[in-house]
Ligand binder design. Sequence first.
Ligand code: URA
Length: 200
Amino acid sequence: MSALTALNEEIARCQLCEIARTRTNAVPGEGAEDADILFIGEGPGWHEDQQGRPFVGPAGKYLDELLAYINLDRTQVFIANVIKCRPPGNRDPLPTEINNCSRWLDRQIEIISPKIIVTLGRYSMAKFFPGKTISKIHGTAQKWNDTICFAMYHPAAALHQQSLRHAIEEDMKKIPSLLSKAAEMPEAKPQPKQLGMFEV
Ligand code: URA
């Protein structure tokens, strides 16, 4: 059994939050175990909860389109969320839920060891770019431990706000050059967190 499959089973048994009782399925995430790019959204919606798979509703269809802009599909990347259970009525995740679920996300990051983490929306951004504002930092990258983190708007926000569409599409197109930069970076050495932002 792969490390991620074993982790998914642990996630499926998790009962740390109240929302574990109302979920249909936990949604650990899916994609390539050795993916170079890890996309992290917010949390499962109705469709995701029904299927146990991330980003399978309208926002997911748009994410598939965005991936196609850079000649990728979801089997070549890994797609996860900050929280693995659907909050009832699609409310925002609570700080305790984010905190409880961070153990799973941290282990996913450790196993996948991506070259780039792409944050989708403000909840995912908050973990890697604390204190920052998405309208200011979308489309920019900074280092987090040994990984490059790149901030993007959430695809659902861009679906609902036409003005964000151009921004999210332009930001997505920056990922290939960021990936080549990441490939040139020296191998993992312990780094202080938050080395400051750099534009790409
Ligand atoms: N929105 C998210 O943040 N994650 C999903 O999996 C689906 C929609």
